[in-house]
Design a binder for this molecule. Sequence first.
Ligand SMILES: C=C1C[C@]23C[C@@]1(O)CC[C@H]2[C@@]12CCC[C@@](C)(C(=O)O1)[C@H]2[C@@H]3C(=O)O
Ligand SMILES: O=C(O)CCC(=O)C(=O)O
Ligand SMILES: [Fe+2]
Length: 343
Amino acid sequence: MGALAESYKDTLLEPQHIPLDYGSVHTLPDSHVWLDESDESPSGVHSTGPPLIDLGNPDAARLIIQACETWGVFQLIGHGIPTKLMEDVLSEAEKLFDLPVDQKMKALRSPGASQSGYGLPPISPFFEKLMWHEGYHIMGSPIDHAKLLWPNDYQGFCDTMVHYRNQLKALTEQLIRIIFKSLNINPEEVAWLKESQGLSIGLQLNCYPACPDPTRAMGIAPHTDTSLITILQQSKVSGLQVFKEGAGWVLVQPIPGAITVNLGDFFHILSNGVFTTVRHRVVATQVRRLSFAYFYAPPGDFIVSPVLSKDFGEVPRYRTLSVKEFVGIKGKHFEKALSVIQN
Ligand SMILES: C=C1C[C@]23C[C@@]1(O)CC[C@H]2[C@@]12CCC[C@@](C)(C(=O)O1)[C@H]2[C@@H]3C(=O)O
Ligand SMILES: O=C(O)CCC(=O)C(=O)O
Ligand SMILES: [Fe+2]
């Protein structure tokens, strides 16, 4: 199923690491109160957000590379993902998160197994406080877990998610080709890009339920993605913030029809640290917010070695390692993973 199926497999999931029955909670429990940590405070979000790029623009490739260096994230229009499909994903996800909590718990993600199923973010054990979040992850076939949610009516959900995943795969690979060229990597020589074997692909449906005390809660704690690229669809409600040196936490305002593209750790390592693996978080909100994140990573045995050149630096900032090895290091050291492999 690919290396990401092993992400955070040894983190210690305690019994409290399951979503609350949010609909029945009217005051924020102490377990979910996040104290403001100076620069981590949700206030002070003023700067203009990451660039908006039209993939149909003849200058798109240059703008994308520029955004990879300066932000590690951009918004994209002209991407070719049908609006109807994006709406269908939203309505299937709403149907899922609207289920009674007992039903959702039937599809609970099991610790140490693949990442599929319902639950809190797998990074939860790295934090003292719990996130105001419920998620549903699809890795491989969506059928087994969907059958647990809707024993007789799972096909529509599965068809929509598989169709969406296929469309996002084509778009992601188009973006990877553009970025590889700038790194002087010939996409035609990358076997997994041509043959799609051993890839890790995960689709995470995120729900941030309406929160009674949003300024003291956290939707998803700060992290970078363990991916090459992540493609995100945000619903109309804003909540995603990215950390920008010199500006602090900056809001990524949802734009109707646009998708948000962010680079993950593997492009950061490959580019010798020149492309940003953007640190991001999601703040809690007064109204429910949904988002859908598509994670794409190379096969576990792919060797990630920083590209060296005049533009990317002549000295490797990170040691060469396999995707699988990095996933293991991230699972153990989380936010410190990149410094662990620094030369
Ligand atoms: C594909 C993956 C990326 C992810 C770990 C996982 O194997 C499955 C869940 C993903 C997710 C979604 C919410 C935020 C995040 C940090 C987390 O806790 O689980 C990401 C993981 C990641 O990017 O490392
Ligand atoms: O909800 C969002 O906007 C971002 C979610 C996210 O960071 C993730 O799923 O990795
Ligand atoms: Fe993320």
